[in-house]
Design a protein around this ligand. Structure first.
Ligand SMILES: *Cc1c(COP(=O)(O)O)cnc(C)c1O
Length: 369
């Protein structure tokens, strides 16, 4: 926490706004708009709920196909299945580790050809994994050519940008997460962002049980209980005040690790392409075990674990997950290789220089023997 959160939370108690609406909800939504430069934002109970709402707003129905980045966390894809729709997974390109636009186009062409009615996939879910922006210009170019709306999953990328255009402002509907592990948090929460204010109004309506304008309870749509509490939105307003610091802290972690480790043959870091700015939510490394004389990412992970330091392999791609066994996937080997050789290092905003030194000491020791 940054220090200001309790003032906003206290205000919600003092004014008795302990409900899924109130001044903190409005204020947090405005803060998100000014920070990202987007026109409209709605805050909800989670990033997952926000993706679910996005897909509903785009008219995704049972049997539809939705194209989704394979190299991501499962919450990007799960809401597709909530609607009875079918995920089609797209592999990554090596520069950003995010959706490969060429494979995306191949997939679109083939899905159109394969479908009985030549129908289009209903949406594209592109992810900025670990905070690195996806190649949005290329992805949008393909998407626009076929008229398929893009949902940006910016859950890990608040504060990242491409030539100063913020992640969360590229797609038709874009998602943030304020889960406990993200760069800023409300303990749990998410947001849906759009240039189209009407879409966000509709999201708020669906998220508060879809109550028609009537004195009695009347419903013409199936609703959800997805609105963020005014108490938690107070935490969010406080967190927005320290977001620039958090981005700086995460990037400093990355710089430290790179400084200390990049001279080791076989250890590489993901560079930012020209004009790309990553919040470096997590610092990740790739380990080439041929160059490290046999030391694998798993050896590094286990040595850290032996010192009571948690690290984690890069996310296991969705097309390799048991639950998505049957889903079509367009692959080039990139995400499978990342999963095999990649490791997320401890990356919290509150790591001290001593903490970081402990981590690199273990890795250096292993690589030097
Ligand atoms: C965290 C995360 C989500 C889900 O957000 P929640 O707020 O935890 O529901 C979705 N996509 C990605 C890429 C994430 O990292």
């Amino acid at each position: 926490m940054g220090g200001w959160e309790q003032n906003f939370v206290k205000e919600s108690f003092d004014t008795n706004w302990v409900a899924p609406l109130g001044p903190n909800v409005d204020g947090f939504e405005q803060d998100i708009c000014s920070y990202t430069g987007i026109k409209a934002a709605g805050v909800f109970t989670s990033g997952t709920a926000s993706i679910h709402l996005a897909l509903i707003l785009l008219g995704v129905k049972a049997g539809d196909e939705v194209l989704c980045q394979s190299f991501t966390f499962s919450a990007s894809a799960n809401p597709i299945t909530y609607l009875g729709a079918k995920p089609v997974f797209i592999d990554s390109e090596p520069d950003t580790w995010n959706m490969d636009h060429e494979l995306l186009e191949t997939a679109i062409k083939e899905r159109i050809k394969n479908s009985s009615s030549e129908s289009l996939p209903k949406a594209i879910i592109a992810v900025h994994l670990y905070g690195m922006p996806a190649k949005m210009d290329r992805i949008l170019e393909v998407a626009n050519r076929y008229g398929i709306p893009v949902v940006e999953d910016a859950a890990e990328a608040l504060g990242s940008h491409i030539n100063r255009k913020m992640c969360g402002s590229f797609g038709k509907l874009n998602v943030l997460s304020f889960n406990g592990n993200k760069i800023i948090t409300t303990s749990g929460g998410g947001a849906l962002l759009s240039e189209d204010e009407a879409l966000i109004s509709k999201a708020r309506f669906l998220a508060t049980q879809a109550r028609d304008a009537a004195p009695h309870y009347q419903h013409s749509y199936i609703g959800y209980n997805y609105r963020m509490s005014n108490v938690l939105a107070g935490i969010g307003r406080g967190q927005m005040m320290v977001l620039p610091d958090r981005v700086a802290q995460r990037r400093a972690n990355f710089d430290f690790y790179r400084d200390q480790l990049e001279s080791f043959y076989g250890i590489t870091f993901l560079d930012e392409p020209d004009g790309y700015f990553s919040n470096r939510w997590l610092t990740t490394i790739l380990v080439d075990s041929i160059k490290t004389k046999g030391i694998t990412r798993e050896d590094i992970r286990l040595s850290l674990e032996a010192e009571n330091i948690e690290s984690r392999p890069l996310w296991k791609p969705m097309h390799m997950q048991p639950i998505f066994n049957d889903a079509p996937a367009y692959l080039n080997g990139v995400s499978e290789k990342l999963f095999e050789n990649g490791l997320c290092l401890p990356s919290g905003s509150n790591l001290t220089r001593d903490d970081l030194n402990r981590v690199v000491t273990v890795i250096k020791h292993l690589l030097s023997v």
